[in-house]
Design a protein around this ligand. Sequence first.
Ligand SMILES: Nc1ncnc2c1ncn2[C@@H]1O[C@H](COP(=O)(O)OP(=O)(O)O)[C@@H](O)[C@H]1O
Ligand SMILES: [Mg+2]
Length: 266
Amino acid sequence: MSNAPLIDIHNATIYRGNTRVFDNFDLTIEQHEQIAILGPNGSGKTTLLKVVNREIYPVLQDDSWVRILGRSTWNVWELRSHIGVVSHDLQARYRDTTSGLDVVLSGYFSSVGIHGILAGRINDAQKIRARQVMHELGVESLADTPLRNMSTGQQRRCLLGRALVHDPDTLILDEPTAGLDLTASFDYLARIRDLVGKGKNIVVVTHLLNEIPPDIERIVLLREGAIVADGPKEEVLTEENLLMTYGTPIKLARVDGYYLAYPASE
Ligand SMILES: Nc1ncnc2c1ncn2[C@@H]1O[C@H](COP(=O)(O)OP(=O)(O)O)[C@@H](O)[C@H]1O
Ligand SMILES: [Mg+2]
């Protein structure tokens, strides 16, 4: 496992329902890479992370594999201690009465909330760890607050906490600032940068250039399940590549390590 790639996808054909999203797809992400996967809506980003997260499996065929840290099979609990996933659609699946602490604790069961028998299986160490994570994310005061009484930004931080209870080396963030206002977005991005500073690796999956933290080194551009460009951020993020990825002329500005997209005039 030591030097194996974090994610090694080879020759994968992947369907969602009847839609073939990826065909003979290859992607390798080494351990300790800070990477963003950027592409328009429908390009396959969420599908890709569901493959990594073992929620979707590629078509079984010769000379095709998906390996995480060198292995093809994982149980979810083991996987969570290496890779934590924070996705936007997960937020929508929680009951709005679930408390902040229960959202974080649910990470231990890879479940949505803590209901019935699960509640009895939480031990004190897990509760202490969950509260510590909430403290680190500035949401400790929301332990007993139901989701419906939180702002979207606070809910998002609780979900981040859910992934962090396992102290994974890598976090995969799907559209991390979707639905957040500027203050909440900047706060959330600052927390992600803080985690990078503490040694976490991040994979940001997004359609928005503006939410790529300066710490990202490598960019994969995705369009309709195919890689348009892949390499160092400075080389990949060009107006030409963005035109090919989004199919629309895009002007690009770089400010303080962030990239901003704006419409090209006639
Ligand atoms: N549950 C589903 N059933 C059928 N098709 C789906 C499903 N989810 C996504 N798709 C299709 O798969 C493609 C990729 O979707 P997705 O991975 O969600 O893209 P992205 O995250 O980049 O917006 C799209 O064409 C989408 O319509
Ligand atoms: Mg998506």
